[in-house]
Write a protein that binds this ligand. Structure first.
Ligand code: HEM
Length: 409
């Protein structure tokens, strides 16, 4: 069957802010379509996306199976050399043996116990951030609270000294611009420079830790060994950077979009307030998952088709790229009861927000804990919390978030 073609302008600010109606129509009328502008086959249904994420015939790269020549890929673009020195060592973009080797080494040091040990620090940091704005009676939730909290937490966890922290956000911001569909030469230059500077900084810190080990993840990544396997120098540097970037980008956006959705659904806002007041941890947990379903901070991921295949009636050819709209799967009426409603007590919630399968988010427990603590402290400390103006979306769909969410209290 020939696939219908359709072009979705995902970078249109209106689509970024409110993609739901368009995605709903697509789910109904053409749940799988070819977009010739982006040169991808897009999938919008929860069932299709879930199957594809568990299917070994797709991957985040093809280079574990084929040489560039075999699949007709041009040599790597020399313009992106700086960025590639980092990105080529990021295990999220690997498949097969390299991916599982690095992922299992990281899992060995980034443990649930380590995450849980952050709870007290998370609470005290959130209190401090609120202390800093409380007397003003208002602030920008994004820049004053949502952004600094995960940055502080992940920088602490890795062991980045205070004097280097101000560069983390700008470096990370420049690097992740390369994940958007479409970028400028200026953005390429910034991403190259940020990658090289960041890789050098982690190299210096790792050398210090070799001489003087500390209780932090950089030390762990330098030392970790499993079944005779270790990380190479570049893998260690890139893994540390990736944890720093992945460890805050989506969490900032998840908490800001989450609070925005509570403002837009006042009955649920009241339920959240009451849950915090009664210290109802079970409800706070389902609420955080529901906010992350309802407004998905990382709405679309891609995969390569590794061999000719058929999936739920759709034929895909080796070398094609598929785009998986997790944000659409999260609103699929075939899978969710009343998907367009925010229901904080939702129990059956197989959200795609953290992915599925071999690349399932390693930081999901940390992200969930951060949001649970943040919302608990926020509602406890600011009983008169309310919206103080319109939310402003940042540019870019692939990393979807807010620059402004004015609040008063
Ligand atoms: C709300 C916050 C977060 C969201 C929405 C999120 C989402 C995701 C998603 C969707 C993936 C899979 C990508 C794919 O399917 O191709 C992923 C992978 C990953 N995430 Fe997260 N993430 C969040 C927070 C974090 C945090 C806090 C960390 C670490 C400190 C983290 C570390 C990772 C890592 C290491 C991977 C790669 C796993 C692999 O390839 O094996 N994430 N994340």
């Amino acid at each position: 069957m020939t696939l219908p073609t359709h072009h979705l302008n995902i970078n249109d600010p209106d689509f970024i802010a409110k993609p739901y109606e368009q995605l709903k129509t697509l789910r109904k009328e053409m749940p799988v379509f070819r977009d010739e502008v982006w040169d991808k086959v897009f999938f919008t249904l929860h069932a299709d996306i879930s199957s594809l994420l568990k299917d070994k015939r797709l991957g985040r790269t093809m280079l574990h199976r084929y040489s560039r020549e075999e699949i007709g890929w041009p040599p790597p673009d020399p313009k992106l050399a700086g960025w590639r020195s980092y990105q080529d060592n990021v295990f999220m973009d690997m498949e097969g043996e390299s991916h599982s080797r690095i992922r299992s080494l990281v899992t060995k040091v980034f443990t649930p116990k380590k995450v849980e040990s952050l709870r007290a620090k998370l609470e005290s940091t959130t209190h401090k951030l609120i202390d800093a704005v409380e007397k003003n009676g208002k602030c920008n939730f994004v820049s004053d609270i949502a952004e600094p909290l995960p940055v502080i937490m992940i920088a602490d966890l890795l062991g980045i000294p205070e004097e280097h922290r101000e560069m983390l956000r700008p470096w990370s911001g420049a690097i992740v611009k390369m994940y958007e569909l479409g970028y400028t030469d200026e953005q390429i230059n910034e991403a190259n420079k940020a990658s090289v500077d960041f890789m050098n900084l982690i190299g210096e810190l790792a050398n210090e830790r070799r001489k003087n080990p500390q209780d932090d993840l950089i030390t762990d990544l330098v030392q970790v060994e499993s079944a005779g396997e270790k990380l190479t120098e570049n893998e260690m540097r890139a893994t540390a950077i990736f944890l720093l970037n992945a460890g805050h980008e989506a969490t900032v956006n998840g908490s800001a979009l989450g609070l925005m959705s509570l403002f837009q659904n006042q009955s649920q806002f009241e339920i959240m307030k009451e849950a915090v007041h009664q210290n109802n941890q079970a409800l706070i947990k389902t609420a955080v998952d529901e906010m992350l379903r309802y407004e998905t901070p990382l709405p679309m991921f891609e995969r390569y088709v590794l061999e000719d295949m058929e999936i739920n009636g759709t034929q895909l050819k080796r070398g094609e790229e598929v785009g998986l709209f997790y944000i659409s799967g999260n609103h699929d009426e075939k899978r969710f009861d009343r998907p367009s409603e925010l229901i904080l007590s939702r129990q059956d919630n197989p959200l795609l927000t953290f992915g599925l399968g071999t690349h399932y988010c390693l930081g999901a427990p940390l992200a969930r804990l951060e949001l649970q603590v943040l919302f608990s402290v926020l509602f406890k400390r600011l009983p008169n919390l309310e919206s103080n103006g319109d939310a402003v979306f940042s540019k870019g769909f692939v990393i979807r978030g807010l620059t402004d969410l004015p609040i008063k209290f």
